[in-house]
Design a protein around this ligand. Structure first.
Ligand code: CP3
Length: 324
């Protein structure tokens, strides 16, 4: 989950020099520096590329902006006719600066720190494209996807093609693992779950593996509860990120026997720090640390989190051992 971001003073400094958030994503020198800042400060075992899931709509031809205090703002897709504007063929040229960032970061990272690339999964990216930004109820996208099934499927095809190219190029530039964020998967109606979540993700996984067979892919489908096992089997991801709704004991019993897991400290504990954070972190480490496991947050870090808490958490994780 977020490593860089507004909770770090050194991030805010570079962010202020950039001409907006997307400019920061597309300026390799600055994007590489903000990718490396949390690595220097906290020494985790892996770095996540600094970019955003919304560079894909931007690359294929949608207007995307980030407004202070509001978040992402996109000119919304309202009909199938709008799809004619989108060209997945533009992805690689438009996102060339991101690949440059990946190469620079890989060159500067210590050999034993892995670099994780990422993209948004098609459903989650589509929610921003149709809602025009963040949403509470996803009414616009859900009603459009149900009413105009063929148009929605055509939009998913565009996103699958563009995202596959984007991820393969990240691996070619030096990313050693990939993560697909399906943050809003939990909003999908159960009867549409296969078509809107599993199938587009499975096509991306297969498309990436056809060209980069060895790269591990982590799927993060937030809020899907009992459908997680079906998601793992149906998509072919190598590992999954867990949201905060599952205890470590449950995940060790149900999910770890199928694949490695990543997670899942609720970012609220990181915000609070102290003994509560320590207890919650140890519970996760004791529950999952004996199997294939990546310690992480369950979701993105909050901007008001004191970085001293992050420092302490990194220490707790590093000092933990299966016999402690
Ligand atoms: O180290 C890192 O931070 C990794 C890079 C990263 C960002 N966004 C940078 C970012 C990653 C992996 C993401 C993923 C992302 N972006 C997701 C999926 C994961 C999740 O958080 O659920 C989603 C849904 C987005 C879309 C997005 N980007 C939103 C809704 C916002 C606004 C949020 C806000 O707090 O205003 C962003 C902006 C964004 N992306 C920031 C960062 C560091 C904050 C922007 C800023 O500096 O102004």
């Amino acid at each position: 989950m977020r490593q860089a971001g507004r909770y770090l003073p050194e991030y805010r400094e570079i962010r202020a020099q950039a001409d907006g958030f997307l400019d920061l994503c597309y300026t390799p020198d600055r994007a590489a520096r903000v990718t490396l800042q949390p690595i220097e400060r906290f020494r985790p075992d892996a770095a996540i590329l600094f970019s955003d899931i919304l560079v894909i709509p931007d690359a294929i031809g949608q207007e995307v902006g980030f407004v202070e205090g509001t978040g992402p703002v996109l000119t919304p897709v309202t009909s199938g006719a709008d799809l004619a504007k989108f060209d997945p063929g533009k992805t690689l040229d438009h996102l060339a600066p991101v690949f440059e960032t990946v190469s620079r970061v890989r060159a500067e990272l210590p050999d034993d720190v892995a670099l994780i690339g990422f993209a948004g999964a098609p459903w989650t990216v589509a929610t921003y494209m149709v809602e025009g930004g963040s949403s509470r109820d996803f009414n616009a996208i859900k009603s459009w996807a149900v009413r105009e099934r063929a148009d929605f499927a055509a939009m998913m095809d565009i996103l699958v093609a563009s995202t596959t190219d984007y991820l393969v190029a990240q691996v070619e530039a030096g990313a050693q693992a990939l993560q697909l964020f399906d943050t809003w998967a939990g909003a999908v109606p159960a009867n549409d779950f296969d078509d809107w979540v599993i199938s587009p993700t499975a096509r991306i996984v297969a498309g990436v593996k056809a060209r980069q067979p060895d790269v591990p892919i982590i799927g993060f489908a937030r809020g899907i509860g009992d459908r997680l096992e079906g998601y793992i089997r149906g998509t072919g991801v190598d590992a999954v990120g867990l949201d905060a709704s599952m205890t470590a004991t449950e995940a060790a019993a149900k999910i770890q026997p199928i694949c490695p897991v990543q997670g899942n400290l609720d970012p609220a504990y990181l915000m609070v720090g102290g003994e509560e954070m320590e207890r919650a972190a140890r519970e996760i480490l004791d529950g999952l640390g004996k199997g294939p496991f990546v310690f992480n947050l369950a979701h993105g870090i909050h901007k008001d989190t004191p970085f001293s808490h992050v420092e302490r958490l990194a220490e707790i994780v590093r000092e933990w051992s299966p016999n402690s």
